[in-house]
Design a protein around this ligand. Structure first.
Ligand code: CP
Length: 307
């Protein structure tokens, strides 16, 4: 049984296959409109979400399938103490595929080990968010034409930002990657990502607190929100939350072909004045996420023999 728990579960060739399918869905949506007729996706969201849950639901509906699920732990039997393992076993009696978001790192992995249907990690704590990475990859592919020889700046909460961890994993397999890590000292990229991913692949990287200083060299700027829900005290969050606010002035030394990405939701870290800039890609990124989730559902259901 194939699952998507970590973006590294898929080879570079499989990621390209998903990108090619998503591009084909964009070009020929009618060809896919009935592919999942009679199939059910279960969205098990133990943590808030707008984009991920609703894009999974839109993806399944646009494939002709159906959706069941819940959007908060309190409306499920988790509130009565049911385990993730039991929940997964139960859902496999009702659905063909699961998308799960959970505040605890590793919960979707536990689900995958206790069910007979494919499980997709829709975000686990401050750990990984592989389907956001699929959205990011399609955005980069369509903006830049490929993944080689890119200089990517990650800015904001690199400690708790699970989308950052997953995208660094994914990009580490392409030639010529350079990484600039822009964050306050308290929100630096975890050492295990620097050691096990960047250093292990020989990827040149530098750490800085200076966004404007880093700007001229960047092909991609990946902005992130400071993750209030992961802080242990509100005081630290309030001190750090506005560390970086991207404004038109801060883009003065940026390249004309810079692509600005953000997984969203945005709080203050990108001024709305940037939204009309042709370099702002974050709302396209949202749309591309739906197409990549369609491609992913098709792949996992096919591999499970359910299509
Ligand atoms: N990017 C993302 O995961 O957004 P949601 O939390 O709204 O799903």
């Amino acid at each position: 049984m194939r699952h998507l728990i970590d973006i590294m579960d898929f080879s570079v060739e499989e990621l390209q296959e998903l990108i090619d399918t998503a591009n084909d869905i964009i070009a020929h949506p009618e060809f896919y409109a009935d592919r999942c007729r009679g199939k059910k996706l279960a969205t098990l969201f133990f943590e808030p979400s707008t984009r991920t849950r609703l894009s999974f639901e839109a993806a399944m509906y646009e494939l002709g399938g159906n959706v069941i699920g819940f959007s908060e732990a309190q409306s499920s039997s988790a509130a009565k103490g049911e385990s993730v393992a039991d929940t997964a076993k139960v859902i496999s009696c009702y659905a063909d595929i699961i998308a799960m978001r959970h505040p605890k790192e590793g919960a979707p992995l536990v689900a995958s080990l206790n069910t007979s249907i494919p499980v997709i990690n829709a975000g686990d704590g401050g750990h990984k968010h592989p389907t956001q990475t699929l959205a990011d990859l399609l955005t980069i592919y369509r903006e830049k034409g490929g993944f080689e020889n890119l200089t990517v700046g990650f800015c904001g909460d690199l400690k708790f930002g699970r989308t950052v961890h997953s995208l660094i994993d994914a990009l580490s397999r392409y030639e010529g990657l350079k990484v600039v890590l822009i964050s306050p000292d308290e929100l630096k990229l975890p050492s295990y990502v620097k050691k096990d991913v960047l250093a292990a692949h020989g990827i040149p990287y530098k750490q800085t607190t200076d966004l404007e200083g880093a700007m001229p060299q960047l092909d991609i700027l990946y902005m992130t929100r400071v993750q209030r829900e992961r802080f242990f005290n509100e005081e630290d969050y309030l001190r750090l939350k506005d560390s970086y606010i991207l404004t038109p002035e801060k883009l003065q030394n940026a390249r004309a072909d810079l692509s600005i990405l953000h997984p969203l939701p945005r709080v203050n870290e990108i001024s709305v004045a940037i939204d009309g800039d042709p370099r702002a890609c974050y709302f396209k990124q949202v749309l591309y996420g739906k197409y990549m989730r369609m491609a992913l559902i098709l792949k996992l259901l096919k591999e499970a023999g359910r299509l």
